[in-house]
Design a protein around this ligand. Structure first.
Ligand code: F6R
Length: 258
């Protein structure tokens, strides 16, 4: 695991955007795994700026998002389809048909999970997967559990996740209770993983992800087993890490125990 600790959210967003931009520059037809949520919006703004100002090109790339609520219409203002259109897709030059998000209105959600997983495989797998992390240690919508779910699957959202995501909805009751999410195997098959975290409220999950035991009770802990993970986290999110890992700097540090 490489750990890059930044001063703040802005610097985290800039570094993360640079990593994605270099991926696209070196491999223009990259398959990007993307996330939604408050953590990644700054990175998307930076990518849009790199597209407008430096010609960063998305035209040969493909994108697969981690998850979508169930049920939700794509045009619903709170859907992840709308989120991605607003925060990235409508402002850069992905080619038509190259961005993918699970269908939150699928009549047969199980079949939709199988279709989504197969379409990632058909694209050749994910080159770089962007992840945020939940306060409960979830990645995608893989919630704390007693086992790791493998492929794209239906999930029931954790109470904590409903409360955390209520800020995007009129009320907690309005947050859909279910979702379709890439599974742990889908995420672990990505060739590289870029995880972002910002804020003190993520510090406990970040600490347990890096230093705790590998357990489905803290789904992000499985990333200790992935050979190519970059964590870009701000100082607050790093607050509980051991002293040696905590100083901010532009050189990525290797977690000592991995
Ligand atoms: C979003 C996703 C989630 C978020 C996580 C953090 O597609 O899969 O795992 O990355 O809940 O959300 P924020 O960034 O809003 O704190």
């Amino acid at each position: 695991m490489k750990i890059l600790i930044t001063e703040d959210y802005e610097q985290m967003s800039r570094h993360a955007a640079r990593i994605l931009a270099s991926q696209l520059t070196l491999k223009p037809d990259s398959v990007l795994g993307l996330a939604t949520g408050g953590t990644v919006t700054g990175m998307y703004q930076r990518l849009i700026a790199l597209h407008r100002e430096d010609g960063l090109d998305f035209s040969q790339a493909q994108a697969f998002n981690l998850d979508e609520y169930l049920p939700i219409a794509p045009e619903d203002p709170q859907s992840y389809h709308t989120f991605m259109q607003t925060h990235l897709f409508s402002q850069v030059n992905f080619s038509a048909g190259s961005t993918h998000i699970p269908n939150g209105l699928a009549a047969d959600a199980e079949a939709e999970c199988r279709r989504y997983e197969a379409s990632i495989e058909a694209a050749g797998g994910i080159d770089i997967q962007v992840l945020g992390i939940g306060r409960n240690g979830h990645i995608g919508f893989n919630e704390p559990d007693i086992t790791f779910e493998a492929g794209t699957h239906q999930v029931t959202l954790d109470e904590q996740t409903l409360l955390d995501n209520a800020r995007f909805f009129p009320s907690v009751a309005a947050v859909p209770k279910r979702a379709i999410s890439m599974g742990i195997k889908t995420i672990m098959h990505a060739r590289r993983i870029l995880l972002l975290a910002s804020g003190l409220e993520k510090s406990d999950a970040v600490h347990r992800m890096i230093n705790g035991k590998i357990t489905p009770a803290l789904p992000a802990s499985i990333l200790q087993l992935h050979p190519d993970v970059i964590l870009v986290i701000d100082r607050d999110a790093a607050a509980l890490l051991p002293e040696g890992l905590r100083t901010s700097g532009s050189v990525a540090k290797e977690a000592q125990h991995v």
